[in-house]
Design a protein around this ligand. Structure first.
Ligand SMILES: [Zn+2]
Length: 307
């Protein structure tokens, strides 16, 4: 399964507008609340805990005192009849060592936690991270500039000044491997360390189809001409709010030329080497992304015989 997918929660979107129901669930002793501190999830146990980590889902009443009065609290969904929320407690100075959570656990970088939590908890945490992050960055109305307020259990922001509604964003990103005659093309971003190669990627632009964005990005970044584009899988990527759309694209030839701006280098990797890289074998000239990234799963799909 692709990390950050597979949430067990029923998002129960029809309940979000029922303020009484939401308020009752926030107090219900059967509900769970995940504290997020400066975009890091609460994790039960010490920092040296080994994976799988335990996500810090708490009963109502424990963490709320740490949150500022207007801090975002988002209804994530239902697991059976148990409601799950995420609350932003960034106002707390040091919740690991003082206050009601002290001694129970720690806060961990969301990306690192995503790789160390059980799959279903990583998906819940990713949803929480994306939502809290969105609220933190969208406090003001994009239409008139007035302060907006949280509504619908966190699934909307409302501007009372101009009556505009704002909804959480998901930004589509195409991520792809060019493929040609038993090899796939991976690139090294200028920001990547030494031998780290990955699938190429870029934000979709307004007015583009997925196929067109894939062709444009491959042309811009490595001057690779591709024809048919094949969708493989998607991944919600909450850093901060992307949807990664994984594709394979049939290249017309092996000719490419890195742009030198964003992409420092690229190389064709044949299927056998792709298989060995995914199996964890080490090479001097290339390493590939870990399993938390969809790029890993694209290379794996290619290694296993897709194209
Ligand atoms: Zn407004």
């Amino acid at each position: 399964m692709i990390p950050f997918t597979g949430s067990p929660l029923d998002r129960a979107s029809e309940k979000r507008t029922d303020a009484d129901w939401v308020a009752a669930k926030r107090r219900d002793p059967n509900s769970y609340i995940l504290p997020m501190w400066r975009l890091q999830p609460f994790i039960i146990g010490p920092e040296k805990a080994q994976p799988p980590l335990e996500l810090g889902l708490l009963r109502p009443g424990l963490a709320e005192a740490l949150a500022a009065p207007d801090a975002p609290c988002v209804f994530l969904g239902l697991e059976g009849d148990k409601a799950m929320f995420a609350i932003d407690i960034s106002a707390a100075r040091d919740p690991v060592s003082e206050g009601p959570l002290a001694g129970f656990g720690h806060f961990r970088d969301a990306r690192a936690a995503g790789a160390m939590l059980p799959a279903k908890d990583a998906a819940i945490m990713g949803q929480a991270k994306a939502m809290i992050d969105w609220h933190n960055r969208h406090g003001f109305c994009a239409n008139c500039g007035a302060k907006s307020e949280l509504a619908d259990a966190g699934w909307k922001r409302y501007c009372a000044a101009c009556k505009t509604e704002h909804f959480p964003r998901t930004d589509p990103v195409v991520i792809m491997l060019g493929v040609h005659d038993g090899a796939c093309l991976v690139g090294r971003n200028k920001r990547f360390p030494g031998n780290f190669y990955s699938a190429l990627a870029g934000f979709m632009e307004p007015g583009e189809s997925i196929e067109e964005a894939v062709r444009r990005e491959l042309m811009e970044e490595v001057n690779l001409k591709v024809g048919k584009v094949h969708y493989h899988a998607t991944q919600p990527w909450p850093f901060p709010s992307s949807l990664m759309i994984g594709c394979l694209a049939e290249a017309e030839s092996r000719d490419f030329k890195p742009d030198g701006e964003e992409i420092a280098d690229a190389m064709w990797v044949d299927r056998d080497k792709a298989r060995r890289l995914i199996a964890g074998e080490r090479f001097d000239d290339i390493s590939v992304p870990p399993a938390i990234a969809i790029a890993h799963h694209l290379i794996k799909a290619f290694a296993e015989g897709l194209f």
